[in-house]
Design a protein around this ligand. Structure first.
Ligand SMILES: [Zn+2]
Length: 623
């Protein structure tokens, strides 16, 4: 036991050294809030202990007041009514909200270590000037009183959602804005992504006894609540009860409440409690019971492939307006066929890896949470459901449509700045998931699997950036990958490799292939050659810029590494040593992991439908 501890300590120290310049802020929230379900209003007190781990002195702090976005004329409302392809869930719905339907979040007063502070509210951002500057390494206590009105549900948060759930309570409290190495993160809320400060939550919610609550965090007094958490010790003595939840090491807190919620529980093989909350309607019992079984499997795969889930609990809660991730929980629509219910649940659950635990700045790098989550979702679904071919095929097809539309924006675009909703989604989810799947073709799948586990171990409970992941990928693969990060994230360059010529070398009698890089984006290329006896040869042509070549991948047989192809050279020649056997077929990128926008020019015998065939100077073997 001691030895293990010592080794773990040395390892942790090395990790600390490797990230010695890294720091992040810390906050402890204690929130007490009471919900009046007659007028949908909340009154609350919030105490925050903020530790300034930055090297800078802070004279101000800022809070998000997200619900103020759900008011006619807000930035979110006007943006939604002007964007070319509005989200139909928002459209012009905010513009017609009545005063008793809008969202309101108001900080009534705030003090620092007992001294009252001045505050300035600007729609969804509150600026607070500190009475005493907060020095590096120091703590301060802020205490505030807030009042809020739960909006009629427009996006994610709110009351009376389309499936009849009373309260979907996300972004419901004044939430401290994050200060990181780039400064304050103060994007006004217009409906897309989030970023929070790492810390601990102690939340007490007082509601009518009729409500069932599902939430982030561990319920502290289950025996006084009952309701499926534990046997009830004694009957409620008043019309309201207080639920106290504690959530350590998270960056947000969600809850949902409805009197018609049924609460079911199961456990994963390694003892994580899974809670399920859905409306008490007959068809939902069947689909949600199936969901419980699949989620147990899904946790086992995720823990093995993407890193061990570190909390003891996760809650799947019917609520919101699609699926949305929160630490230790998700709000998701519940009245949907089992296949889409499972897909949504796996996606939202995997966000606890890519968002919840690896807390990237979603506004700056939405592709790192949406994309990586989508990759994990597709890989887990493939393992659960089986199947052949590229597990991310749908993502590739959607990406191709965007890449060829001429409307693609690079992944470096801030989430709020994407001009089209469609291409924000397509970029973040699809191009973001292809980022990893294509990377597996560069470094080899076994190396990518290791990269993702190392990334999880080194950056859990932190805010990793794209460069942090790149460093790990370079170390694990022994390759230089700057070109890939730069091209795939920073440009809209596309991949297109073509097989141009198949000829016989008169001296060796062997077959020579000429390949061409047609797209602007360079990539290493795998070539599969099938001989007349059905035996296969796989060649991998690394890019010179990689300074290395993969040695293992998904292929059954050996992988022959060729001389590197410099990206400056449009053409590349490779000789296939097939001896006396004839060649049946040749295929570039046989696993289709490259996001090659034209796959009709990369096989031999030539694709009949292709308009850009190569020269056929060798006859293929007859089948
Ligand atoms: Zn997502």
């Amino acid at each position: 036991m001691k030895k293990v501890f010592a080794i773990a300590f040395i390892f942790a120290s090395f990790q600390l050294l490797a990230q010695s310049n890294y720091w992040q802020q810390h906050v402890s929230y204690t929130i007490e809030a009471e919900l009046n379900h007659q007028n949908h209003q909340i009154k609350g007190k919030e105490k925050l202990v903020l530790t300034n781990n930055s090297p800078d002195t802070l004279t101000k702090v800022y809070f998000h007041l997200y619900w103020n976005a759900f008011q006619p004329g807000s930035m979110m409302d006007v943006r939604s009514r002007n964007i070319e392809d509005p989200d139909p869930r928002v459209g012009s719905r905010i513009a017609v909200l009545k005063p008793n339907e809008i969202g309101i979040q108001k900080v009534m007063s705030i003090s620092q270590d007992g001294k009252n502070l001045s505050l300035s509210e600007r729609e969804t951002i509150l600026e607070v000037t500190l009475a005493k500057p907060l020095l590096p390494g120091k703590k301060t206590t802020l205490a505030l009183d807030f009042e809020a009105q739960v909006p009629v549900q427009i996006r994610r948060s709110g009351r009376n959602n389309a499936e009849g759930v009373d309260y979907s309570m996300s972004q419901w409290y004044p939430k401290l804005c994050e200060y990181d190495k780039d400064g304050w993160n103060l994007s006004p809320y217009v409906g897309r992504e989030f970023y929070g400060v790492w810390g601990d939550f102690d939340v007490s919610l007082t509601v009518d006894t009729s409500y069932m609550i599902g939430a982030t965090g561990y319920l502290q007094q289950p025996e006084t609540i009952g309701k499926g958490y534990a046997p009830l010790a004694k009957p409620y003595s008043s019309s309201k009860i207080t639920w106290r939840f504690v959530a350590p090491q998270v960056h947000d807190f969600v809850w949902a409440a409805d009197p018609k919620f049924v609460h079911k529980k199961t456990k994963t093989a390694d003892g994580i409690d899974l809670h399920f909350f859905h409306m008490d309607e007959a068809p939902l019992h069947k689909t949600w019971d199936t969901l419980m079984t699949v989620m147990v499997k899904s946790f086992a795969i995720a823990n093995r492939k993407f890193g061990q889930y570190p909390y003891h609990q996760f809650s799947f809660i019917q609520g919101g307006d699609g699926g949305m991730e929160y630490p230790m929980a998700t709000l998701m629509v519940g009245k949907t066929p089992i296949n889409s219910l499972v897909g949504t649940a796996i996606h939202e659950k995997m966000h606890n890896w890519y968002y919840g635990i690896l807390g990237t700045n979603e506004a700056k790098y939405p592709w790192m949470d949406e994309g990586f989550t989508s990759y994990a979702e597709d890989m887990i679904l493939r393992e659960i459901q089986g199947g052949k071919g590229n597990p991310l095929n749908a993502a590739y097809q959607a990406y191709f449509r965007m890449a060829l539309s001429g409307r693609e924006e690079p992944l470096t675009t801030h989430a709020d700045s994407y001009h089209w909703n469609t291409h924000f989604s397509n970029g973040s989810y699809n191009k973001g998931s292809i980022f990893l799947h294509q990377l597996s073709s560069i470094v080899g799948q076994p190396v990518l699997d290791q990269v993702l586990l190392k990334y999880f171990d080194q950056w859990k409970f932190k805010h990793p950036t794209p460069q942090d992941l790149k460093k790990i990928a370079e170390k694990e693969s022994g390759m230089d990958l700057e070109w890939y990060w730069e091209q795939w994230i920073g440009t809209v360059n596309t991949v297109d490799y073509a097989l141009r010529q198949v000829t016989q070398n008169p001296k060796s009698g062997q077959t020579e292939l000429v390949l061409e890089r047609v797209g602007r984006m360079p990539m290493p290329v795998d070539v599969e050659v099938i001989l007349e006896d059905s035996s296969k040869m796989i060649f991998t042509i690394p890019l010179a810029a990689m300074q290395g070549s993969k040695t293992k991948d998904v292929y059954d047989g050996p992988l022959f590494s060729c001389t590197p192809w410099p990206w400056t050279h449009p053409f590349y020649t490779i000789e296939i040593p097939h001896g006396n056997k004839k060649i049946l077929s040749i295929q570039l990128d046989p696993t289709e992991r490259l996001a090659d926008v034209n796959r009709k020019n990369q096989s031999w015998p030539w694709d009949k439908s292709s308009t850009t065939k190569g020269q056929m100077l060798v006859q293929p073997a007859s089948k």
